[in-house]
Design a protein around this ligand. Structure first.
Ligand SMILES: Cc1cc2nc3c(=O)[nH]c(=O)nc-3n(C[C@H](O)[C@H](O)[C@H](O)COP(=O)(O)OP(=O)(O)OC[C@H]3O[C@@H](n4cnc5c(N)ncnc54)[C@H](O)[C@@H]3O)c2cc1C
Length: 403
């Protein structure tokens, strides 16, 4: 939206931004809200701060349906007619039709999800300290994370840090070393299966140091109240179960008469046009943008790099100019592994290719922190992030169940 507004001449077009929330959520740091390292407002940027400045109309509403024939977005705030629509509605949590995920597991996709995870963690500690039955106490202090992709790994690692550095002194009646356990389950051969193998090794080593039990090559078949069942017949008991198993297509895409990829995303061409239409463009998690025979991954990095290219093409469409194909250059991957550790794969620095460097430990941790400080929207949010990181690092995290 910001790029589009910057590229348009005054009065050339009207832009309307529609979102069900009036903030932009910075999902890469959501796990830190779930583990008390950051307050919610650090990762939520008020959209109107940008739209008002840019004279863009903002409508807080749920888009129920897009009527592509009549060119109308049907929303909870009424119909919004358009000439061109950009579909950037992201993805939703995917439970892959595994029974019990919705009822018995927590997810990590929205701000409310992260707050619910934090509440559950802290409630479990409060209940455990009152519990006299050792088996119940153990179940209360067992945390099962399903999915060893970046979300699951970062959450599990940060949860251990929360226990070691904040909760241990707060619960002297609990033996956190012996009584707590964190279990990370995944069907793949290695943690972080989508990332470079060297990053997987760095992460696996760190998780082992943090006494996180990693269970690989294990497919979950069902989740019950306080238990995870696997296809091989194993059962893992724990009061807190977090589902970080992946994302699926936003329901908004389902009714559209536009070809979709196997995973449900809208197929777009190299100029972001969906279904060969001149009036529908899509990007980010909602779009299957194929490059070198594969769709680009559903990552913030991809969405952020695509946005200016799409904005440029939308302006060209308005001006009847030839569209410019987009070429994606991955910058690399980052994975946080607790208080002082991380893994970083760097392919490009400031837009310049640097090969394929992988580092771990403190250097990667520094790259990770600097990267997210610069990626976050808004000076206020960045200042909050820096301050909260310092406070959480040198003092303790916010381990109170505040609303
Ligand atoms: C917990 C978590 C951690 C992640 N960590 C990383 C990471 O470390 N690095 C990385 O590169 N990627 C990460 N990702 C992936 C990254 O968040 C996404 O790839 C990225 O946000 C996609 O951007 P997008 O603009 O396509 O969609 P989104 O950022 O999901 O934005 C979609 C917007 O559309 C709105 N919306 C959706 N449906 C409707 C509707 N019907 N009506 C109105 N509004 C609607 C939503 O409110 C939202 O604001 C993570 C994802 C999650 C869930």
């Amino acid at each position: 939206m910001r790029r589009l507004e910057g590229a348009l001449r005054r009065g050339e077009a009207e832009i309307t931004l529609v979102d069900r929330n009036n903030y932009h959520l910075f999902t890469p740091l959501l796990y830190q809200v779930a583990t008390g390292e950051l307050p919610s407002h650090a990762v939520a940027y008020p959209l109107r701060r940008t739209t008002a400045r840019a004279r863009v109309r903002f409508v807080q509403a749920e888009v129920k349906r897009l009527d592509l024939d009549l060119r109308v977005a049907r929303t909870s705030a009424g119909d919004l007619p358009y000439d061109h629509v950009v579909i950037a509605c992201g993805a939703v949590t995917n439970d892959f039709d595994i029974p019990g995920v919705g009822e018995h597991a927590l997810t990590v996709k929205t701000l409310a999800d992260a707050q619910a995870v934090k509440r559950r963690i802290l409630d479990s500690f409060e209940q455990a300290v009152l519990e006299t039955d050792p088996a119940v106490r153990r179940a209360l202090l067992t945390f099962i994370v399903i999915g060893a992709g970046p979300v699951g790994v970062e959450l599990a690692s940060s949860l251990r840090d929360l226990m070691d550095h904040t909760l241990r002194p707060m619960y002297p009646d609990l033996d956190l070393g012996r009584e707590t356990s964190i279990v990370l389950i995944d069907g793949s051969e290695r943690v972080l299966p989508q990332m470079d193998e060297r990053l997987s090794k760095i992460a696996a080593r760190r998780l082992e140091q943090q006494h996180i039990r990693v269970v690989l090559r294990t497919l979950v078949s069902e989740i019950g109240p306080g238990a995870v069942l696997t296809r091989k017949g194993a059962r893992f008991a724990g009061r807190t179960i977090v589902w970080a198993g992946g994302v699926g297509p936003n329901p908004l895409l389902q009714g559209l008469d536009i070809p979709r990829a196997k995973d449900g995303r809208l197929i777009v061409d190299r100029t972001f046009r969906a279904g060969d239409r001149m009036d529908v463009l899509a990007l980010g998690d909602a779009a299957a943008f194929e490059q070198e025979g594969r769709p680009l991954p559903q990552l913030a990095q991809v969405a952020v790099l695509q946005a200016p290219a799409l904005a440029g093409n939308l302006v060209r469409l308005l001006r009847d100019e030839p569209l410019v194909p987009y070429e994606h250059h991955a910058k690399g991957d980052l994975i946080a592994l607790g208080r002082t550790s991380a893994g970083a794969q760097v392919r490009r620095l400031f837009g310049v290719p640097v090969g394929n460097i992988v580092v771990g430990g403190l250097p990667a941790w520094t790259v990770w922190r600097v990267n997210y400080l610069t990626q976050l929207l808004g000076v206020r949010n960045r200042a909050t992030l820096l301050l909260e990181w310092i406070l959480s690092f040198f003092f303790s995290r916010m381990a109170a169940n505040t609303p």
